[in-house]
Structures are given as structure tokens and as C-alpha cells.
Design a protein around this ligand. Structure first.
Ligand code: ARG
Length: 584
């Protein structure tokens, strides 16, 4: 149950009972927790229409509710606030209901089918840290939406169709010209084994890119190869398949280390076959215009305040470009999955691109504007404030980044006084390193840039992943110790202290937290809630001797509260993709 919704219902009916509009009864968390737990400001809004002082209206409402035993206090504060404090008995009842429910009282949302486009790695180019944010934010949003009942289709949308493919093909051709892929006369079977290894591939792309920069002839050849590949030249197609396969297996390995996975491994190439159809749709509607040998769609609107250039859909060399590919993949998504919404978790720097694509999709009649949304994110920067790089100034690959955070975590794990086997240490180092990385990222609103600082992210105190893991490990260990003495979690009783009450209230926010995070596509809301729950838990833990409490009903109530806290943290950690080590 969403407590704010429940209180809103109660207060709204009081408003209508007193002759005011029910919609004025909205209840929010208190802006003054020292005075009350929740508040309603509806009397202020009602005053004008009713031509009464807000405080008078607030008094009418509070006197209507003052005998309600769900509240320990409901009172007015000038100029017309209604301040609400729950009764401890009501609070305990709500916590017990939550604890007894496998979904912790969190209802499913209205069912929708959504396609989530995230990851967006490019074949042949290594996965770099820019793809990190897309992967972890996107995966969290998928997990969240699934938990809330959505039908989610996640698609990695591989970059496997652009110039990088022509560059790699041309570079291989230059190095091994005698391979059958490059012989136009060849009509035998192509080799089953790829002509290059994963390692070679990772070296070939940068080599080809720099060659293209120096030699315009090579660059032209790579562009030609791209168009020929897109036109289906059999040798190129076969070589491309090999390159794609090598790339996908290394991508899957990197992603699985991060707990990221996709339902669909479609790519720009799969959109390729929808390009003619989508161009046909645009043409039918008279939306295609010629511009210097290219074809464009005019997507500007009268209300635009910023320049909105036309979207190029066919380049002058005839190749498919990024924009038409995205438009074609919207057609594929509509035809195959008919989703209610499409979410794109892609770098902020692509904002203009997505505006153009979504407007064109709308003009072509594929989706309405509100169905497709780009949820952008900022950059992960180094301490110099510039996009994060390796020590020698190169682009840091994701696999290197994961290896380096795991090594830093390992150094900490080795200092721990807890006995661990080699396997446990290795697992803990990976889990802690990834948690540090993820929370370091997702504690920030996705649209913001942030500074990567692994030492800070790894601290077990502060707003970090390891702190949340540590808190969960602590709760599990108290529960285990208690169980060993025969004490098990029982019914949660009315709180005895302010810290216990605060922990209960923090737990009550769970349903609201998840629905806000989903509405705003903001995993940082989940992180904030975890820090507030973990903070209250730790205060409660330090204030009370739980296992040695002499009163058995209080002890079992406290264990019940701890157990509910554990379930809440585990749920939230699971959504943002954090595993909890066995010990740390
Ligand atoms: N491959 C692109 C890049 O690395 C990102 C793809 C994002 N998704 C999309 N549908 N355009 O920049």
C-alpha cells in the first residue's frame, strides 16, 4: 500500500465531507519532520474559492479527523497547514501487512508493453565507459518496470551497420587480400572459422580508423565497402557475420559481469530491411525532399526555439545513415511487438538525433510523440572534469574498468578480518567493485555528469554501494545469530523510540519510491530510499541491544523489523542490480 495515497484518500474524504473539493486532500511527506510526519496543504488552496481563512478550513478538516485512531496527532499550523502524525499502532499494523506480503505491499502498475533500447554498443569497437551508464541505468529501469508488472522487451540495438563495419572489412582486405571474401569470382563455401581473433579485432578497428584519417583513398574505400555490405555483397556479408559473432561473444561476457542482459540482440542491421518500407511510408505522405543529392525529412515545428535541421534519411552516397536506421527500427518494433512505449537510454549528446527521429516517426504515422522518449544521461568524468580516460589518455574500455574496480575492491577485501576462502574473496571483490561502480553512478540523477572516484565509491561509510551491502550483511548476520539462539522474527509491535519509528516510516515509503522512480525513469530515487532505510537501520542497531533484549516480545518484534528491512533492501538492491556478498 502506498501510504501517501492512503492518507490522501482519508483526508480527501474529510474535505468533501466538509463541503470542499476532494482533490484538495493531497498528502505529502512532511517538510518539517520535527513537527509531523505528513502534511496536507489543501486548505491553503481551498481558501480563495471558499472565501474563508485557510486556518479555519484546516481546523474544520482536523476536527473531522481528530478521533481517527490511525492518527496520534492531526493539527493545524499557520497559515493553514494540516500536520499529520500516524499512531504507532497503525504504523506497526502497516509494517506487519507489508512484511506478510511477498511483494512488500507494492502493487503492480497498469500493464504496458515497453521496448527499452539501451546498451547500444558498436560491433568491432570495444565497449567503452560511455556505454557503462546506458547499460546500468537501462538494466535498472528494465528490472523496475518488470517488477511493477510491465511487459518489457529489452533490445541492445547493436551498432553493426555503419562505417565502422566498412573500415574493419577494408582493413582485413588490406592485410589478407587473398581471403575468399574479397574474391568476386569465388562461389565455393566460405570458411566456418573467422579469419581473425577477438584480440586482432580489437586492434583492427583503431588501426583502420587512423588509416582512414591519414589516407583519403582508404576512407573512400571503407565507405564503399559499407554501402556494398548494406547492399548484400556475399563475401562482405559473410565476413561481417564473423566479425559480429566475435564481437557479440565478448560483449556478452562484459555485460554479464555487470549483471546486464538483453532479451533481443537485434542491431542496426536488422533495421536495414525495414529501410525501403519506411522510406516508402515517408514518400507516400510526401515527406521526402531532395537536398544536395541526399533525401531529407523536414521535422522543424513552428514552436521550436532552437534550430531543428531537417533529418537526412538517404545520404548522397546511398548508404543507410543513423537516423533512417533508427526510424526503420521503430517500424520493426511496431510491426513485431506493437509496444505502448519505446524508451531510449542513450547519452544526452544524442538529444537532437532522437528529437528528429521521433518527429519523423510521428509524421510517418508509426507512433505518437508521447510514445517514444529519449531518457538521456550525462558523462562519467575523470577528476579533471573531462570524460573519463585511461592513464595514457586513451578511451577506457569497460572490461578494463571492471577489472580495475575489482582489483581495488580485492585490496580492501584482503584487509577484512573475516575469514574467507579464495573463491569467496574473488566473488566478494567482484560484487563489491560492481556495487561501487553502480551506486557511484546511479546515486546521481541520470541527466547529470559525475566524477569517477573509485576510492570514494568503495568506502564502506558514506553514500556508496559497499555501505548498502555492508548494512545488508549486518542485518543478515544479526538474524542468523538470533536464529542460532532460537530467536526468530515475530509480529512488529508499536515502536518504542524515535529511531524505531523513523525506520518504520522509511520502510513505508517503498511503494511510493518505486512508482516515482518508474515515472521519472530515475534510479537515483531508489538509491536515495536505500540510503534512508540503511541510515535509519544503523541508527536503530546502534541504539539497541537486539539479541540480548530481555523482553522476548520486544526482541521478536525488533527481529521482525530487521527482517522487513532486509527484505526491503534486498528488493531495492536487486532492482538496481547489486549482489550482496556472503560476508565482508
Ligand atoms: N551505437 C550508438 C553509439 O554508440 C548508440 C545506439 C543507441 N540506440 C539507438 N537506438 N540509437 O553511439
Amino acid at each position: 500500500m502506498n501510504i501517501k495515497e492512503a492518507l490522501t484518500q482519508i483526508v480527501s474524504s474529510a474535505f468533501s465531507q466538509c463541503g470542499y473539493e476532494a482533490r484538495l486532500g493531497g498528502v505529502a511527506e512532511s517538510a518539517r519532520p520535527d513537527l509531523c510526519q505528513y502534511q496536507c496543504n489543501g486548505a491553503l488552496a481551498a481558501a480563495k474559492q471558499a472565501k474563508k481563512k485557510p486556518i479555519i478550513i484546516a481546523e474544520e478538516i482536523t476536527s473531522c479527523l481528530e478521533n481517527d485512531d490511525r492518527f496520534s496527532k492531526i493539527e493545524t499550523a499557520p497559515p493553514g497547514f494540516i500536520n499529520i502524525t500516524l499512531s504507532d499502532k497503525y504504523l506497526a499494523g502497516l509494517l506487519n501487512t507489508m512484511s506478510g506480503d511477498s511483494r512488500l505491499g507494492i502493487r503492480k502498475a497498469e500493464v504496458k508493453t515497453v521496448v527499452v533500447d539501451y546498451g547500444g554498443p558498436n560491433v568491432a569497437k570495444p565497449l567503452h565507459v560511455g556505454h557503462l551508464r546506458s547499460a546500468i541505468i537501462g538494466q535498472s529501469l528494465c528490472n523496475l518496470a518488470r517488477f511493477l508488472g510491465y511487459n518489457v522487451i529489452s533490445d541492445v540495438h547493436l551498432g553493426d551497420w555503419g562505417l565502422q563495419m566498412g573500415l574493419v572489412i577494408s582493413e582485413v582486405e588490406l592485410r589478407q587480400p587473398n581471403l575468399p571474401y574479397f574474391n568476386a569470382e569465388y562461389n565455393g563455401e566460405y570458411p566456418k572459422e573467422p579469419p581473425i581473433t577477438e584480440e586482432e579485432l580489437s586492434e583492427i578497428y583503431p588501426a583502420a580508423a587512423s588509416r582512414a584519417k591519414t589516407y583519403s583513398e582508404f576512407a573512400a574505400r571503407a565507405s564503399r565497402a559499407t554501402v556494398e555490405l548494406q547492399d548484400g555483397l556475399p563475401g562482405y556479408r559473410k565476413l561481417w557475420e564473423h566479425i559480429r559473432e566475435i564481437s557479440i561473444s565478448s560483449l556478452k561476457r562484459d555485460y554479464s559481469r555487470l549483471g546486464v542482459s538483453f532479451d533481443k540482440w537485434l542491431g542496426e542491421s536488422d533495421a536495414g530491411k525495414y529501410v525501403p518500407k519506411v522510406l516508402g511510408l515517408l514518400d507516400e505522405k510526401g515527406l521526402l525532399a531532395d537536398s544536395d543529392g541526399a533525401k531529407v525529412v523536414e521535422v522543424a515545428l513552428a514552436e521550436d526555439r532552437e534550430p531543428m535541421p531537417p533529418m537526412i534519411v538517404v545520404k548522397s552516397d546511398g548508404g543507410d545513415n543513423y537516423a533512417i536506421t533508427d526510424l526503420a527500427s521503430l517500424l520493426q518494433r511496431r510491426s513485431d511487438w506493437n509496444p505502448d512505449e519505446c524508451w531510449y537510454i542513450v547519452d544526452n549528446r544524442q538529444t537532437l538525433h532522437f528529437k528528429q527521429v521521433f518527429r519523423a516517426a510521428c509524421l510517418a504515422g508509426l507512433f505518437t510523440q508521447s510514445q517514444c522518449t529519449h531518457y538521456g544521461f550525462g558523462t562519467m568524468n575523470g577528476k579533471d572534469g573531462k570524460p573519463y580516460k585511461t592513464r595514457d589518455g586513451g578511451v577506457m574500455r569497460l572490461s578494463e574498468l571492471i577489472a580495475s574496480v575489482t582489483a581495488s575492491a580485492r585490496a580492501k577485501v584482503e584487509l577484512s578480518s573475516v575469514e574467507m576462502s579464495e573463491q569467496e574473496m574473488a566473488d566478494a571483490a567482484r560484487q563489491i567493485g560492481v556495487a561501487a561502480l553502480k551506486v557511484g553512478d546511479m546515486i546521481n540523477h541520470r541527466s547529470k555528469d559525475y566524477i569517477f572516484d573509485i576510492e570514494r565509491f568503495l568506502a564502506t561509510d558514506g553514500r556508496t554501494g559497499p555501505y548498502l551491502q555492508y548494512t545488508t550483511v549486518r542485518i543478515r548476520s544479526v538474524l542468523k545469530k538470533a536464529e542460532a539462539s532460537g530467536f526468530i522474527p515475530g509480529e512488529i509491535l508499536a515502536p518504542q523510540s524515535q529511531t524505531e519509528r523513523a525506520l518504520g516510516l522509511a520502510l513505508l515509503t517503498l511503494p511510493d519510491t518505486l512508482s516515482r522512480a518508474l515515472n521519472e525513469k530515475a534510479p537515483n530515487i531508489i538509491c536515495e530510499a536505500m540510503f534512508s532505510i540503511a541510515g535509519e537501520l544503523n541508527r536503530f542497531y546502534f541504539e539497541n541491544k537486539i539479541i540480548s533484549c530481555p523482553d522476548s516480545s520486544i526482541r521478536s518484534s525488533w527481529l521482525g523489523l530487521l527482517d522487513l528491512t532486509r527484505k526491503a533492501l534486498e528488493l531495492l538492491l536487486g532492482i538496481i542490480g547489486i549482489e550482496v556478498p556472503r560476508s565482508m
